[in-house]
Design a protein around this ligand. Structure first.
Ligand code: C2O
Ligand code: CU
Length: 514
């Protein structure tokens, strides 16, 4: 099993070779050879556009590599993906999202602390031809967030087709700390995904039982819409904003030469101090900002080790499911994400990172007014719920569930748009014990940040010890949540697994505040 501990130990065993031992010399040579330049999404700054951000969700055609044909995709004001939206704390931004697709869609602001009324979840369906106009009052610390489609039952497919983009919230902290922040030069957005293509070259979003259980995975690693591209970076400190926008795959990141990097921020903003790491797992929905030192002029490949589903804990029967599909392992295999090539002609001023960033208070457990248990369930069918009952079930039964196929749920119930599952108090703090079943699930909460109190009974590692909205759970965890954004019965907030196939399958609940 690939645990963080295992990865760190592995990095040690490779004695500085880092991920190179995993991706292999051929792969490194290929990555270091000719590959497409890293596309840097257009920057849409709300301040420069008079406080107005206009997005158009539409179908397009996009090349994932220069030698591949342009294939059918979706995007926000782009053939695939969307612009990076930059918003400033304290500003009120008028957003418009026009839907030129032939299906309903939504635009959800993942990580933004805004009322559920403007959150863009499944209750905010924009009909084909219609335009949605939320007003976003930005009031949260500097952070990397993102936006993506979140329509009821079709989120996985729409994100796979390209409806996702990054958001950057700024409040001046990074500038004060002297962090790298010239966009596209020493501050790079990296939207990490994996994709599978059909023989005809089109995006392959098959949705058989296998994908619905394990999630949609692909054998091609795609960054900002390009297969394993190359970025030019200055010979200095470079900040990488990592966003896992894949449907299901966890990225287990490291550099091919084993170099260490500093994790400076996670979902909700800066860590109290940079955390040096050599291997970092980023689950779907999560963001981390890392700073990498290129001042020695040496190129590096950011790579991932494989994320085979049968490495997931608590997956009885998953092995046979994988071996029945020989391409299964390739769909979650290791590889190069992006090659970072040093270009000394690029000016970048940053050569030192401050020893401390933004202080963060210890989680105030004493304030919790409520304790809840939340189970992330996978069911054999309409009958006995797994998870809530504490049992486990073989994959065979999951796959042959009558009628509906494999089913997912939370606290024993499949997602229902018309049912409120939790009613926390507005302004209240709660402890949620979240129990994942059968496999690892990236657990995500809308409209609130949380602190991880424990995972599997142990305190979280340093890089998970700040404000989060998504966390990968292979074992039960305790989270301390603060509910400061209002939600109503008509416009509740979602709580779900960020494996989009699980979310679409019903592993989601919703809350309104009281
Ligand atoms: Cu990234 Cu419910 O969303
Ligand atoms: Cu899940």
């Amino acid at each position: 099993m690939l645990t963080r501990r295992g990865l760190l130990a592995g990095a040690g065993v490779l004695a500085g070779a880092g991920v190179l031992g995993v991706i292999g010399r051929a792969e490194r040579a290929r990555a270091m050879g000719v590959s497409a330049p890293l596309p840097v999404p257009a920057l849409m700054d709300a301040r420069l556009s008079g406080g107005v951000l206009s997005l158009v969700a539409a179908a397009g055609r996009h090349r994932f590599a220069p030698d591949l044909p342009a294939v059918a995709t979706y995007g926000y004001s782009a053939p695939c993906l969307g612009p990076v939206l930059r918003l400033r704390r304290g500003d009120a931004v008028k957003v418009s999202v026009e839907n030129r697709l032939d299906v309903p869609t939504t635009a959800h602001w993942h990580g933004l602390l805004v009322p559920a009324q403007v959150d863009g979840g499944p209750h905010h369906a924009i009909s084909p031809g219609a335009t949605w106009r939320p007003r976003l009052e930005v009031d949260q610390p500097e952070a990397t967030c993102w936006y993506h489609a979140h329509p009821h039952g079709d989120t996985g497919r729409q994100v796979y087709m390209g409806l996702a983009g990054m958001m950057i919230i700024e409040d001046g902290t990074g500038a004060e700390l002297g962090l790298p922040q010239s966009y596209g030069v020493d501050d790079l957005p990296l939207i990490l995904q994996d994709r599978l293509f059909t023989e005809a070259g089109e995006l392959n979003f098959t949705h058989f039982a296998r994908e619905r259980i394990l999630g949609t995975r692909g054998d091609k690693l795609v960054v900002n819409g390009a297969i394993s591209p190359t970025a030019r970076v200055p010979a200095a400190l470079v900040r990488l904003r990592l966003l896992n926008a894949a449907n299901a795959r966890n990225f287990h990141l490291g550099f091919d030469d084993g170099r260490a990097f500093q994790v400076i921020a996670s979902d909700g903003g800066y860590l109290p101090a940079p955390v040096p790491m050599q291997a970092l797992t980023v689950a779907p929905g999560e963001r981390f900002e890392i700073v990498v030192d290129f001042s020695d002029g040496r190129d590096a490949v950011l790579a991932t080790t494989g994320d085979p589903p049968d490495d997931m804990p608590r997956t009885p029967g998953m092995g046979s499911l994988t071996s029945r599909d020989p391409s299964g392992a390739a769909k979650s295999g290791p590889g190069a994400l992006v090659t970072l090539r040093v270009d000394p002609s690029l000016a970048a001023p940053r050569s030192r990172l401050p020893a401390s960033l933004v202080p963060i208070a210890a989680p105030d457990v004493g304030r919790a007014v409520e304790r809840r248990t939340v189970t992330l369930d996978m069911w054999p069918g309409m009958g006995g719920a797994v998870g809530a009952a504490g049992g486990e079930v073989g994959m065979g039964r999951l796959m042959t569930a009558p009628g509906t196929g494999p089913a997912m749920g939370m606290n024993g119930r499949r997602y229902d748009m018309h049912r409120i599952d939790f009613t926390p108090k507005l302004g209240g703090t709660e402890i949620w014990e979240v129990r994942p079943f059968l496999m690892q699930h990236p657990f995500h909460v809308h409209g609130a940040f949380f602190r991880v109190l424990s995972i599997g009974g142990a305190p979280p590692p340093d890089h998970l010890a700040a404000e989060k909205d998504t966390v990968l759970l292979g074992q039960p965890a305790e989270l301390l949540l603060r509910f400061n954004q209002p939600a109503t019965e008509a416009h509740p907030f979602m709580v779900h697994c960020h494996i989009l196939d699980h979310e679409d399958g019903g592993l989601m609940g919703q809350y309104s505040t009281t």
